[in-house]
Design a protein. Structure first.
Length: 251
């Protein structure tokens, strides 16, 4: 099998060499796969400490410290994902959990990317980019890469979560508005002993067909349950460009 693959690669190289080189011609999939932790010119920088930017963010930080299951729902740009990942790293560094599990629906925002080359991690990397960005703010790129190689930080596709029991783990379910009611029920019941789970999402920005998203319904049903906290963000909590808050209100 290895010899056959080598012969195919040599044949492709010979075929490519027949064409004159040009600046606008390159092979698609023979280059190394993109990895978010290998980018040399990242805007994000390592940060040791975090602090709440407003009252609702402080409510979220307190809820994560006191409840094993927390929903952070509301407007885009309010720091839900960033704070959830930051607290995950804090729990790992303090030894309260043994691993971090990141999960996000592989749903395109209105367009289909089609087939993506590479292994499972390569295929999921574009969808998990926001989580990587937050991790790189909390960990150096070298340490992040080492933790991922050791399995301490795990990328867990939603499709492969059924049947698992997640003990001694910190789980972040991001963009949960793109999960159906059944998917969220399955994900929430994965919670094991000595574990925490944070579910983030904006019910107003679902990429599913109308009526399929289960985030708002699940959050409403579980809000009265003991040891479950639901923190709701509004446009007044937006910490991105001030124009984002105006657009959220207008759209």
């Amino acid at each position: 099998m290895a010899k056959r693959s080598a012969r195919r690669a040599m044949r492709r190289n010979q075929e490519f060499a027949q064409f004159p080189e040009a600046d606008n011609v390159r092979r698609l999939f023979d280059e190394p796969q993109w990895s978010p932790v290998d980018e040399p010119d990242r805007i994000q920088k390592y940060r040791k400490n975090i602090r709440a930017q407003n009252e609702t963010q402080q409510l979220l930080l307190t809820a994560i410290d006191t409840a094993p299951l927390v929903f952070a729902v509301g407007s885009a740009g309010t720091g839900k994902t960033y704070l959830a990942v930051a607290k995950a790293v804090e729990a790992l560094e303090a030894g309260r959990v043994r691993r971090i599990i990141l999960s996000r629906p592989a749903v395109e925002a209105g367009e289909s990317l089609g087939f993506l080359p590479g292994d499972l991690e390569d295929k999921l990397s574009p969808y998990l980019r926001p989580l990587y960005d937050a991790l790189c703010d909390r960990l150096s790129a070298k340490r992040l890469k080492a933790l991922m190689a050791e399995g301490v930080i795990e990328i867990a596709p939603i499709a492969y979560m059924r049947g698992r029991t997640l003990n001694n783990a910190y789980i972040v379910i991001d963009e949960a508005q793109n999960c159906t009611y059944g998917q969220l029920k399955m994900l929430l019941t994965r919670l094991g002993w000595h574990s925490s789970m944070v579910v983030t999402g904006d019910p107003e920005q679902s990429d599913l067909l109308s009526g399929l998203s289960g985030l708002a319904e699940v959050a409403d049903k579980l809000e009265p349950v003991e040891n479950v906290e639901v923190v709701r963000f509004s446009r007044g909590d937006v910490v991105r460009h001030p124009l984002v808050a105006e657009m959220v209100a207008a759209l």
